[in-house]
Design a protein around this ligand. Structure first.
Ligand code: SAM
Length: 349
């Protein structure tokens, strides 16, 4: 291939007058006929920022939460993803909430029809299903560093997200693993999952019930030196630590994950008061076409109001109800025990 005229060294230009493309010299009669397609692909490497302070200087430095986007799980399904596309991955909610079928959308309904055709991953069979039974798998934005945070207000929805939004290659942490039930669900959908729990007896119970899953005994926010190495590299984080009433520990935990350079793609949070508060905030936005995103100002307000260190530790209350639960031989679910108890397990009204 010639770029310059061999006789006068001028840059050759494309001659568009001819049927066959050729390169011609603008000052002499030289012409170069183009007979074959020539193309070069040049991969442009993005220049890495210069590490002026040394890499270790940035470790554990608090980060801003500017790239976190909060989504109400309910709104996301109702408003943001009504449009399914062929080849999308989805989960079909089978009769029992416990069983979700991983599937791929193969056909959308024709005008006048209402069923979506899916192919199940486990056996390749195809079915026509009612779209209300389809849980879309959130397509994560490819923007590096963005974290999507799903808020939900009940355990059923939390576990449904654990079943539907986690893939084999994900590396997941379940914070507030309690008896390990949700950690076990997660382990059925991804290869790497750990549980983190503040209560020692619950950790012992989980280790005995699910010996193949690693469970760690620690307070995720207060034991920073242990929790940061554990959380590093996790791309999906599940948080359910506040029970049904407390908002503060949950806000602190989200803030902690966002600020400590963990950078997961997704955080799923179960907390009733936080979710209700976000629902109030987004009431005026909820019309068709709403993308389900909660305005950033809402999180700024929440983290200022509830993100400060707790004055007294919640351990006493947790050990209190747990002590009673142990004495009773775990007759009731932990959430059924009164939240306010003395250390000795007496109800404290
Ligand atoms: C509602 S339960 C979680 C239930 C669980 N998600 C499930 O689906 O089975 C909340 C758990 O969070 C734990 N927890 C509370 N604060 C914590 C903290 N700072 N770090 C780790 N675990 C915590 C509590 O001991 C309790 O067992």
């Amino acid at each position: 291939m010639v770029y310059f005229c061999p006789s006068c060294a001028n840059l050759l230009i494309t001659d568009t007058q001819e049927v066959n493309l050729r390169l011609v010299c603008s000052t002499c009669p030289y012409a170069f006929k183009i007979t074959e397609r020539i193309q070069h692909k040049i991969k442009m490497e993005r220049k890495k920022p210069d590490d002026v302070m040394g890499e270790s200087a940035w470790e554990n430095v608090d980060q801003t939460t500017g790239q976190a986007r909060f989504v109400l799980s309910e709104d996301w399904e109702k408003y943001a993803v009504p449009m399914l596309s062929v080849d999308d991955r989805a989960f079909v909610w089978l009769r029992s909430d416990k069983h979700l079928g991983a599937a791929t959308i193969t056909n959308l309904p024709n005008p006048g029809e209402d069923r979506v055709c899916v192919r199940y991953e486990h056996n390749g069979s195809t079915y026509h299903v009612n779209p209300t039974r389809i849980i879309p798998v959130r397509k994560l934005s490819s923007t590096a560093g963005e974290t999507l945070i799903f808020l939900c207000d009940n355990t059923r929805e939390y576990r449904r997200l654990a079943r539907s939004q986690v893939n084999k290659e994900d590396d997941v942490v379940d914070i507030g693993s309690s008896y390990g039930v949700c950690t076990d669900i997660l382990s059925q959908h991804c290869d790497r999952v750990i549980g983190v729990e503040i209560s020692k007896p619950l950790i012992e119970h989980s280790r005995a019930a699910y010996p193949n899953i690693p469970f760690h005994h620690l307070d995720i926010v207060k034991n920073e030196s242990q929790s940061i190495p554990l959380l590093k590299g996790k791309n999906k984080v599940f948080i359910d630590i506040g029970g049904d009433r407390d908002i503060q520990p949950v806000v602190q935990c989200i803030k902690f994950v966002l600020e400590k350079k963990i950078k997961p793609e997704m955080i799923v949070v179960k907390n009733r008061p936080l979710t209700r508060c976000a629902m109030e905030e987004t009431k005026p936005l909820r019309v068709a076409g709403y993308d389900g995103l909660i305005p950033n100002a809402w999180w700024e307000k929440m983290s200022t109001e509830y993100g400060k260190e707790e004055e007294k530790s919640g351990d006493v209350v947790i050990e209190g109800w747990f002590k009673k639960a142990v004495e009773e031989g775990f007759k009731k679910h932990p959430l059924r025990y009164p939240q306010r108890m003395t250390e000795g397990g007496e109800e404290n009204n």
